[in-house]
Design a protein around this ligand. Structure first.
Ligand code: NAD
Ligand code: UDX
Length: 481
């Protein structure tokens, strides 16, 4: 079966870039990305490519080439579903914040709504592709919903999880380590798998395309994220030990990462991992393990999250203790708010939680991020406080402790301390001499990403505290928590 018309439900960080690349590489396939969010679709259609809703290096060029040719963004969900031979579901699957499984399980209501809508609209056979990250055996639920329409349409459900990382999405899509396609072992299942293999084969070699059964594919996505996050929590755990023992975590990471069995990637100690995926997917994995009565397995994976929370808290605490045990009324400048460089995404960013601790201690947080707006930063904090049950009045008053700038220079002027929360390259190029002159003394830098040259900054006069760098005397007196 040759696919001629693809529809994708969800024009977010996954649906947008993924479909743009498919459209770029498969000019004979019409690709329509639909979303319920009108402003998001309007932004995807914006003539000014700087205003696309997702910032990703290389994305604007891909959209420019394919948009209007065979790539379309629309809010006309029903007609796009009707016309498609293959429908990708790339909607959000956040952690449930209500009811059964609150705080742990994935909220599948958006996925279920998609299935019901497809079932209602479809008039001919279709291949449904799970692109969202889903708990293992969700395909069974989708199939059940789809098969109960009574209009005789046949649906084949495939699992095709997405492995792109934000900030490198276009490169990850064009040069994927692998794509994974799970489908049924039946004849029609195998045909559906082949149809999707043929799409990716436009630009990937056969050995990059792995095919498995549906459940292996669904579970592999959660597991891949858990393994990646586990490496970060492992090195972050060691960063605390490095600070206590005067070892250097970057040296340790290099020493262990050169063992070819371990490998060098994902061993960068940090203020803690963020992003929309790691925490959500591990919580979901833990929930599944508990559901299947495997408490030891659940506890093992849960420790990754516990350690990550500890790392964010430890960073905030280090700032407070270094600034003579209080940051009340002090200006702390955050360089970066996004959860990593080269993205405007702030979901679960460590900056949010570090800011919360410092604001609790009375700090004024002054933020500069090259891609994140004031509106977004304040919305992130408001959301966190809403979840904590704070009143509107209390949230309003706490928001007064946050100041957002369009220039790093303004954000840094007369600060007591600088905290690097995101590893944006431009932070390395600043004139730190003149920043030092304009700061209160002693001038502190807390480098949550170990990107700045500590020796050079120390020579200027800064008190520099990195992650996992053994020259932090205060920590030796800190209780272990
Ligand atoms: P997102 O929130 O950026 O985008 C999801 C979009 O789906 C939203 O714009 C929302 O309006 C839309 N939507 C919701 N219900 C809809 C419906 N019924 N019809 C049409 N549109 C609908 O989310 P995302 O980051 O793109 O993630 C999507 C999925 O991909 C999640 O399951 C996530 O875990 C997974 N994933 C994300 C990444 C990543 O880096 N962000 C990587 C791999 C996998
Ligand atoms: C992740 C997975 O990498 C990707 O395969 C999956 O599809 C979605 O989830 P993403 O969250 O976009 O991608 O970015 P990633 O590069 O994995 O970084 C996640 C977080 O970990 C960021 O906050 C990053 O700064 C942090 N990180 C990453 C570290 O602290 N140290 C590292 O060595 C690597």
């Amino acid at each position: 079966m040759k696919i001629k018309n693809i529809c994708c439900l969800g024009a977010g960080y996954v649906g947008g870039p993924t479909m743009s690349v498919i459209a770029l590489k498969c000019p004979e396939i019409k690709v329509t990305v639909v979303d319920l969010n009108e402003s998001r679709i309007a932004a995807w259609n914006n003539g000014d490519l700087d205003k696309l809703p997702v910032y990703e290096p290389g994305l604007a060029e891909v959209v420019e080439e394919a948009r209007g040719r065979n790539l379309f963004f629309s809010t006309e969900v029903d007609s796009a579903i009707e016309a498609a031979d293959m429908i990708f579901i790339a909607v959000n699957t956040p952690t449930k914040n209500y009811g059964e499984g609150k705080g742990m399980a994935a909220d599948l209501k958006f996925v279920e709504l998609c299935a019901r809508q497809i079932a209602r609209i479809a008039k001919n056979d279709k291949i449904i592709v799970e692109k969202s990250t889903l708990p293992v055996r969700t395909a069974e639920t989708l199939q059940t919903i789809l098969d109960h329409t009574g209009n005789g349409v046949k649906f084949e459900v495939l699992s095709n999880p997405e492995f792109l990382a934000e900030g490198t999405a276009i490169n990850d899509l064009l040069h994927a380590d692998r794509v994974l396609i799970g489908g049924k072992q039946t004849e029609s299942g195998q045909k559906a798998i082949q149809a999707l293999v043929d799409v990716y084969a436009h630009w990937l070699s056969p050995k990059q395309i792995l095919t498995t059964n549906v459940w292996s594919s669904e579970l592999s996505k959660l597991t891949a994220n858990a393994f990646l996050a586990q490496r970060i929590s492992s090195i972050n755990a060691l960063s605390a030990l490095c600070e206590a023992t005067e070892a250097d975590v970057d040296e340790v990471a290099t020493a262990i990462g050169t063992d070819s069995r371990i490998g060098p990637k994902f061993l960068k100690a940090s203020v803690g991992f963020g992003g929309s995926c790691f925490q959500k997917d591990i919580l979901n994995l833990v929930y599944l393990c508990r559901y299947f009565n495997l408490p030891e397995v659940a506890n093992y994976w849960e420790q990754i999250i516990i350690l990550n929370d500890y790392q964010k808290y430890r960073f905030a605490k280090k700032i407070i203790s270094s600034l003579f045990n209080t940051v009340s009324g002090k200006k702390i400048t955050f360089l970066g708010w996004a959860f990593k460089k080269d993205t405007n995404d702030t979901r679960e960013s460590a900056a949010i939680y570090v800011a919360e601790h410092l604001i609790e201690d009375g700090a004024e947080i002054h933020v500069y991020d090259p891609k994140v707006s004031e509106e977004k930063i304040k919305a992130d904090m408001s959301y966190l406080w809403e979840l904590k049950g704070f009143t509107e009045q209390k949230i309003e008053s706490k928001l007064k402790q946050i100041f957002v700038y369009n220039s790093a220079e303004d954000a840094l002027h007369q600060a007591h301390a600088v905290a690097v929360l995101t590893e944006w390259d431009e932070f390395k190029t600043y004139n730190w001499n003149s920043i030092f002159i304009n700061m209160y003394k002693p001038a502190f830098i807390f480098d949550g990403r170990n990107i700045l040259d500590a020796e050079e900054l120390t020579a200027i006069g800064f008190q520099v505290k990195g992650i996992g760098k053994g020259y932090i005397p205060q920590l030796k007196r800190e209780p272990v928590f």
